[in-house]
Design a protein around this ligand. Structure first.
Ligand code: ZN
Length: 451
């Protein structure tokens, strides 16, 4: 049992003074506000709930910064993807685990306490199944265990290189399954995580490019009511190809042909019409925004304020992991809205923008990752963050102004400690295993980049 005392903390109903939390079996078993601090309490000044990172491809952390070089022609998502395919072609199972552990340690240091791993790297470098089809899913689970981050594992179904069932390319052979082998993979993933408290397994049909309608129908029951994530409408070329193939735009096709509901998370949904936005909101699905990656890849700008006005839910993800930073994702999202609309404080309804962004991403991220209750409340997983109130960016700030100054005004991280299921994983801004995890990452990267 652990007891934590925060001078102030952000609860679902708002800021509260004197918050005393008792953690039992990883869960908030008691929560008192206006409480008196007891000598055995671990004391912190400011507490926040941990944020969900709803979309990650952990292995891509290893190639961060390596695709920022222009070739002779114009550069785009598709040339980035070629760099990614070359990098992934060199990785073995140990490499995947080492890079994922580094990514997850960084996520915890950034205030993310759960990750949705959109896991599509399944086979060996020759595209052959490992003797255990879930070998690499197991490596992802191991990286989550080493770092302590909460895991929603989303094994990806990937079968085709384009709309209409085109065969996968050589660069995609490590990702490809048919519905039968995918069912074995999902089963094995459930076995790996069966005894892991708080772990969730969902599924991720990769995109409408990579999955035929028949296959989508075949694999959906494997989700067993858990999360279903899909990349959709990230690129204009994808929208055009979908129109050619089906006469519909990608989100339109999904809403017309798939049982999209609150268990679904539509990743990116960048290029969507007002009707599509309203449709997503009506069905209660979450849009998974990855603003830093979307900016890095030049995807376009999600119509955030129209979606929020339609009552839509969104969360944030670090996707390519080019830079892992919860505050940075929220800031990038708001700033792209400001630039597109030539206005300020776009995503706020009335009052603090930081608070509006934080609350929306906390709630949408929690829904998308299917882990039950989120936020600092009785019965929820004790996934908590404390901030360093001596940080120059936070001096004299109270309540919502703390979130605004963290998201928009802090050059270095303001995060002090991070707990997952009540176990402290980050202290003084550093992951408690950072030295060992970073040393292994260094050896791995030096090996991969020497090839
Ligand atoms: Zn992605």
């Amino acid at each position: 049992m652990t007891t934590l005392y925060f001078d102030a903390a952000l609860l679902p109903e708002g800021w509260a003074p004197g918050v005393r939390i008792t953690v039992r079996d990883g869960v908030i078993a008691e929560l008192a506000t206006g409480a008196v601090r007891e000598t055995r309490d671990e004391h912190h000044r400011l507490g926040l709930p941990g944020m969900s990172n709803l979309h990650s491809h952990a292995f891509q952390r290893g190639m961060s910064g390596l695709a920022e070089v222009r070739g002779p022609g114009s550069d785009s998502f598709w040339t980035w993807r070629e760099v990614m395919y070359r990098f992934v072609g060199r990785m073995d199972a140990d490499d995947v685990e080492a890079v994922a552990a580094q990514a997850y340690a960084e996520m915890l240091e950034a205030g993310f306490t759960r990750v949705g791993e959109f896991h599509y790297l399944h086979h060996d470098a020759a595209g052959m199944e490992y003797s255990d089809i879930a070998e690499l899913a197991g490596r992802i689970a191991a990286a989550a265990e080493i770092t302590g981050i909460g895991l929603t594992l989303l094994p990806v179904f990937y079968a085709h290189s384009g709309f209409g069932g085109d065969a996968p390319t050589a660069g995609q052979r490590r990702f490809a399954n048919d519905p039968d082998s995918f069912a074995r993979l999902v089963d094995a993933s459930r076995r790996i995580l069966a005894d892991r408290a708080g772990a969730v397994v969902g599924i991720a049909p990769h995109s409408l490019r990579a999955v035929t309608p028949g296959e989508l129908q075949d694999i959906l029951p494997l989700a067993q009511g858990g999360p279903v994530h899909i990349h959709v409408a990230e690129q204009l070329a994808e929208v055009e190809a979908c129109l050619t193939w089906s006469g519909c735009r990608p989100v339109e096709w999904l809403l017309d042909n798939a049982p999209v509901d609150p268990a679904w998370c539509l990743i990116h949904a960048t290029h969507t019409s007002p009707e599509e936005l309203a449709g997503i909101a009506r069905r209660g699905a979450v849009v998974g925004l990855c603003p830093v990656t979307e900016a890095n890849l030049g995807d376009g700008i999600f119509p955030g304020s129209s979606f929020a006005s339609a009552g839509g839910h969104y969360g944030i993800g670090s996707d390519s992991n080019v830079l892992i930073d919860a505050a940075g994702e929220l800031r990038q999202f708001e700033y792209t809205q400001r630039l597109a609309g030539r206005g300020r404080n776009v995503m706020a309804t009335n009052g603090s923008t930081g608070r509006a962004l934080f609350d929306a991403a906390l709630c949408g991220g929690g829904q998308a990752l299917g882990a039950g209750m989120d936020g600092m409340r009785l019965g929820a997983s004790a996934d908590l963050v404390s901030l360093d109130m001596d940080h120059p960016a936070l001096i004299g700030r109270r309540e919502d102004a703390i979130l605004d100054s963290w998201i928009f005004g802090a050059r270095q991280s303001v995060i002090d400690c991070v707990w997952v299921r009540g176990k402290k994983r980050v202290e003084g801004g550093s992951h408690l295993g950072a030295t060992v995890i970073a040393a292994r990452f260094r050896r791995t990267l030096e090996g991969l980049l020497a090839l």
